[in-house]
Design a protein around this ligand. Sequence first.
Ligand SMILES: [Zn+2]
Length: 297
Amino acid sequence: MDFKGLWTTIKKNAIHLFKKARKAIKRYIRKLVKHTKAGDYSVLIYTIFALVALILIIVMFANIFSLGGKKKSTLDITTTEVATPADVTEDPQIAAQMALKQQAMDIYSRNKDFIFLVDENHPLAEGYSFEHHTLNCGLDIDKRIYNDFSEMLNACNMAGYEYNIINAYIDKATQTELYNSAVAHYVDQGLLEEEAQAQVGKSVDKPGCSEHETGLAIDLTDVEVLGEEDYKSTRGTDQWLMNNCHKYGFINRYPANKVSVTGVSDEQWQFRYVGREAAEFMAANNLSLEEFMELVQ
Ligand SMILES: [Zn+2]
């Protein structure tokens, strides 16, 4: 398109129009003077009316546009000397916190199926069930997370890392066995049942209180990790998973920098599905699941 040519045409037309308007106004003034001199005041009166109306319209539009802006009248300035709730939200830090909360609540409302706490204080709902998908390794996960999970593992492989799936779904009966044998271990050493339970603490979850019962939690490590004592979280695969899991809807469930919030220090290899939107949000804002839940309360 020839913009230069277009501009010349517009300019030419504008000048032409301006000349025409000037001629019309001159003609009108001549007519006004002629009629008024002849003692006919009708044209003069009409002109005055038209000018007043034009001024009123301009003032009206000016008011509408200035009200749209944040211009305060003198009355507002005297009243805002007293702090009001509206002024509090103008504090940028509080406003940012409120915006973050709103965003979290929106994300939560769209992903409730995957975002909930399961721990000692939040037992899984009685009869909680989901459609299972059995992985090649023989472990089960929630079928809804399979696509994202396999995409993450493929990306991990593509990045040159080898992983090992340690744990996925654990049914309640197995969790009960795990828990009971952990307690029995301490009872055998001479502790009372209650003392033994306290000793087990958070290292083995009580039945109904393990995230693994949801099918949304997976223990995942570098292929070279032999066991809990051998886990360092500094191997390539573990680092890759921690840094990239959020892109696939997972969060590192018990990271080292959140032990004070989660109370779990020996499960850095656990990843938990919360959905892509929520995982991205939690990673970007450095939030654990506990902190996210507190934000949406
Ligand atoms: Zn685990």
